[in-house]
Design a protein. Structure first.
Length: 204
């Protein structure tokens, strides 16, 4: 059981430290809504990864390779939509908390979950790495498979929470720093969106 727990911790910690569209989205939310209202968005993988795991282990292996390309195209468009929202906040230059931003807490969780569902990386991870490990653990015992999942999501969510707290602290130093971070997140999201769109179209 312990080797599977350790594998989960390593893979989850590595995933949380790798730059990606999810981290860029969290950064944009921190600059717009503050770290307290962004923390729930770190739980998005718990919402999105369940369907991804089921699809990979049961359905996706039976689908043609174009299925991932189509997911990537839709995901790229969605990430570009999120980049547009971050860009609007940067151009407007308003960072005061409003009632609308307060109500966006739950929306950010679902936006992050949708982005994960439309990102091919979790499908590739669970089909090539996570899925085989999970199945190997399941063949030993349900507790062993559970240890892998607990280790992975403890490290993944813990890393995301630290990410949010760090940039929340940096952004709180000054309005200018907050605006710069928001502009950076918009550019990163746009770049990831264009890259996902291009990759999906060329591989379709």
């Amino acid at each position: 059981m312990w080797p599977f727990l350790l594998q989960g911790l390593v893979l989850g910690g590595t995933a949380s430290a790798q730059p990606g569209p999810f981290q860029a989205y969290l950064l944009s939310q921190v600059t717009r809504n503050g770290w307290r209202r962004t923390l729930p968005a770190s739980l998005a993988p718990l919402i999105s990864d369940g369907p991804v795991i089921v699809l990979v282990l049961i359905v996706l292996t039976q689908l043609p390779a174009r299925a991932l390309s189509l997911i990537e195209i839709v995901g790229g468009l969605f990430i570009m939509y999120l980049a547009w929202g971050a860009g609007q906040t940067f151009l407007n230059g308003t960072y005061e908390q409003t009632a609308e931003q307060t109500e966006s807490q739950n929306q950010s969780v679902w936006e992050a979950a949708i982005m994960n569902l439309l990102n091919p990386n979790p499908y590739l991870f669970w089909s090539a790495i996570g899925g085989p490990i999970l199945l190997d653990g399941w063949h030993i015992s349900a507790a062993t498979a559970g240890a892998f999942l607990i280790g992975m999501y403890s490290a993944l969510l813990g890393g995301m929470i630290l990410f949010i707290l760090f940039f929340g602290f940096v952004g709180a130093l000054s309005t200018r720093a907050n605006r710069i971070l928001n502009g950076i997140s918009a550019i990163i999201l746009l770049a990831f969106g264009l890259w996902k769109l291009w990759s999906g179209v060329t591989n379709f």
